[in-house]
Design a protein around this ligand. Structure first.
Ligand code: CAA
Length: 380
């Protein structure tokens, strides 16, 4: 057994690390404070191939493996968790779904531009009354022969306004329950589609999160993703991969906390020596580092299984559950290590705490991950 990155994966990591330090770090505090979307930076990430990393080069993607994606996301999230979620949603929830389940026409029309970051995508499953209970879709897609008529509201949609292409889940046959749900590709400028208010969030404030309203939006049947009634299962399959992305985002937040804490602990003096020489701080650093290594192995394992075309549902849920928990812990401890400085914005760690919290909520809460893990344990 060899747990080592390949030369190519190491280059990807170095490229992402360098980009994050050079392009994301300088204005990350301002973007957080003013809720500014990192438009220019995301477009540069597209040029580097980070917005469609796993997509086949014939659709303008990077043709890379999931492990490369995970190591790149960790480096991006280490500096800017908002840019990381934009990257994760576009890669895992939109590009992957389109490449796996889309028709050739859909790939030509949408995937090619999404994979370069020229346009962004959004994944629209959550609703005011359907978050964890995702089968309870109230948005409807009435079958009108050659098209669907979509009505309803979606909530907390990442890339809500910055996206151009939306994968929207809607119920066509309520009597079939989740087997009546369809996945539809909707474009931003379609008549009847309105972008709602931007959420004023606690964390990941550089990303834009909106509610979306659909009122008699006409969607041609050629824009259905996957077979009729396959929408819910398609969402679940897409989210299995999405959870690897969010786990990597959480891992990046945790490693960012550790890097800053190590640096600060070696500089800051108290009681005649650097605080890194006090055992109370050493123990915190040791605990953070151990948890981060464990989370990284879970992320790499889930990514590796996906690359091997094996079942990774349980491992992806474990990675997300664990990495998001340890990200919260790392952020709390990083603030404690930084003392008063940790509580103010210039030192980054208070932002990490606010950013870490969402990783326990979106793409399936911690409690949902435990349901997914235990179901997988019990059926096997
Ligand atoms: N992988 C593949 N298939 C799955 C699956 C998975 N992880 N989970 C469920 N399914 C399949 C089931 O096998 C079942 O198939 P059959 O009809 O063949 O039996 C079908 O889907 C329905 O599943 P359940 O009967 O298990 O449905 P349930 O209602 O009991 O539970 C759930 C489903 C696991 C709780 C699901 O609703 C869920 O994952 N909820 C969380 C939703 C979520 O993650 N939302 C995130 C929003 S997106 C977001 O946050 C993006 C962003 O912007 C960052």
């Amino acid at each position: 057994m060899v747990i080592e990155l390949t030369e190519e994966q190491r280059i990807v990591r170095e490229t992402a690390r360098d980009f994050a330090q050079r392009e994301l770090l300088p204005e990350v505090i301002e973007r957080d404070e003013k809720q500014m979307f990192p438009k220019e930076q995301i477009s540069k990430m597209g040029e580097l191939g980070f917005m469609g990393m796993m997509v086949d080069p014939k659709y303008n993607g990077g043709g890379m493996d999931t492990v490369s994606y995970v190591v790149a996301l960790e480096e991006i999230a280490k500096v800017d968790a908002s840019a990381a979620v934009v990257m994760s949603v576009n890669n895992s929830l939109v590009c992957w779904g389109l490449e796996k389940y889309g028709t050739e026409e859909q790939k030509e029309k949408y995937l090619k531009r999404l994979a370069t970051g020229e346009i962004l995508g959004a994944f629209c499953l959550s609703e005011p009354e359907a978050g964890s209970d995702a089968t309870s879709q109230k948005t409807t897609a009435e079958d009108k022969g050659d098209h669907y008529l979509v009505n309803g509201t979606k909530n907390w949609i990442t890339n809500g306004n910055s996206a151009s292409v939306y994968i929207v889940f809607a119920q066509t046959n309520p009597e079939l329950k989740h087997n009546g749900i369809n996945a539809l590709i909707i474009e931003k400028d379609q008549e009847g589609f309105v972008i709602g208010r931007k959420e004023n969030k606690m964390g990941i404030r550089g990303s834009d999160t909106h509610s979306l309203m659909f009122s008699d939006v006409k969607v041609p049947k050629s824009n259905r993703l996957g077979d009729e009634g396959f929408g819910f299962k398609l969402a679940m399959k897409i989210l299995n991969g999405g959870r690897i992305g969010i786990a990597s985002q959480a891992l990046g937040i945790a490693s960012g906390c550790l890097e800053l804490s190590l640096k600060y602990a070696k500089e800051r003096k108290a009681f005649g020596k650097t605080i890194s020489q006090h055992q109370a701080i050493q123990f915190k650093l040791a605990e953070m580092a151990t948890q981060i290594e464990a989370a990284r192995l879970l992320c790499w394992q889930a990514a590796f299984l996906k690359d091997q075309h094996k079942n990774y549902t349980k491992e992806a849920a474990m990675a997300k559950y664990f990495a998001s928990e340890i990200a919260m812990n790392a952020a709390v401890e990083a603030i404690q290590i930084h003392g008063g400085y940790g509580y103010v914005k210039e030192f980054h760690v208070e932002r990490f705490l606010r950013d870490a919290k969402i990783t326990q909520i979106y793409e399936g809460t911690t409690e949902i991950q435990k349901i997914v893990i235990s179901r997988e344990l019990l059926i096997n």
